[in-house]
Design a binder for this molecule. Structure first.
Ligand code: YSA
Length: 345
């Protein structure tokens, strides 16, 4: 019992003398830790006769509770002193403006894609996505562009190194979104109405209008009575939604192996309203997409009977649209991650 009293007094005196949190920790280990004199004493209780054991045990627990309470009080007091010190040393200037939180925003390509998909969704088209690493079969073969066909040169290709027995290269980075026409028709029966936005890749030197990676959106509609008039109607509706009700469109013949007939669509120049300027090369027209009626050979590939079904398809480069709208004169600005450029949209 005497030893307990001594311990209590000694611990209280030492606690009193402690002036910072660093010194408090060793005190706690010394007086309340697993190897402390108090813990040893409690462990030794079993050796005492029963009567003494009860009295000494109760007293030891009281001392322990008193030390723990003293330690908690001291810790709270020291924390308060430390905080007051910090605040005093570095006063907070509440009149300073807060740090601005910088807000993220959608990339201009994403904004354009979402708007375009919204317009086609409003006309009943479903939005579907597909793989960027593609088979030669879907990118060329099934689109009526067999090995050695000169039209393959229209799409400079990044080939993927895959070992095959014959030495041919069956995989590539898709050069357009058109392979998704085949993937979709393979899986569904008509009627089909889809748009496919996504990244495409071309093995080309970049310049102000060409990137090695850019976005396209593909459109495909197949049903029993689809005609060229439907294609023209859908594209005119789309152009007026996106570029304004007064927009005029022009259709001219073009060649793509997977359509017959094929065509390109142009809109009257946004800058000069068709009068002719630098942007439109003084023609008054700006070409925005390739399109046509799905080739009967392509329909046959996916087991659609061309005697029963017809369809139209179109494919459009995306970056060209914000370039026209905002007068951006270099496509490479889109993906060079310059925040000064991106923050404007
Ligand atoms: C045609 C007929 C269909 O029934 C369906 C789709 C198509 C389009 C075809 N698949 C295609 O890729 N045509 S294209 O090579 O002329 O590219 C379409 C558009 O992509 C171009 O009008 C242009 O806007 C854009 N483009 C092409 N190369 C580009 C590019 N944009 C940026 N950088 C490049 N290197």
């Amino acid at each position: 019992m005497e030893r307990l009293e001594e311990l209590k007094t000694e611990a209280a005196q030492e606690l009193e003398a402690i002036s910072n949190l660093k010194e408090l920790e060793p005190w706690q280990v010394r007086y309340l830790g697993r190897k402390s004199a108090l813990t040893q004493l409690l462990r030794g209780l079993a050796a005492l006769p029963l009567e003494e054991r009860k009295a000494v045990g109760a007293a030891a627990n009281q001392v322990k509770a008193a030390l723990e309470a003293g330690w908690k009080r001291k810790e709270a007091a020291l924390k308060e002193i430390e905080l007051a010190g910090l605040l005093g040393a570095k006063p907070t200037d509440v009149t300073l403006p807060g740090r601005p939180v910088s807000l993220g925003r959608l990339h201009p390509t994403t904004q354009t894609l979402r708007q375009i998909c919204g317009i086609f969704a409003g006309m009943g088209f479903q939005v579907v996505e597909g793989p960027e690493v593609e088979w030669d079969y879907y990118n060329f073969e099934a689109l009526n562009i067999p090995q050695g066909h000169p039209a393959r040169d229209m799409w400079a290709t990044f080939w993927i190194d895959v070992e095959t027995e014959g030495g041919e290269r069956p995989m590539l980075l898709r050069t357009h979104t058109s392979p998704m026409q085949i993937r979709i028709m393979e899986k569904t029966r008509p009627p089909v109405r889809v748009v496919v936005p996504g990244k495409v890749y071309r093995y080309e030197a970049t310049d102000v209008t060409h990137e090695a990676m850019f976005y396209q959106i593909e459109g495909l509609a197949v049903d029993k009575t689809i005609t060229m008039a439907d294609l023209k109607g859908v594209l005119l509706e789309f152009a007026r939604h996106l570029f304004g009700q007064e927009r005029r469109v022009r259709f001219r013949c073009d060649y793509f192996p997977f359509v017959e007939p094929g065509m390109e669509m142009a809109i009257d120049c946004l800058m000069c309203q068709g009068a002719g300027c630098r942007l439109c090369g003084h023609t008054g027209w700006i070409e925005i997409l390739g399109a046509g009626m799905v080739h009967p050979e392509v329909l046959r590939r996916v087991d659609y009977d061309p005697e029963i079904y017809t369809g139209f398809a179109f494919g459009m480069g995306i970056e060209r649209i914000p370039m026209l709208r905002y007068g951006i004169d270099d496509i490479r600005l889109f993906y060079s991650n310059d925040l000064r450029f991106l923050r404007q949209f």
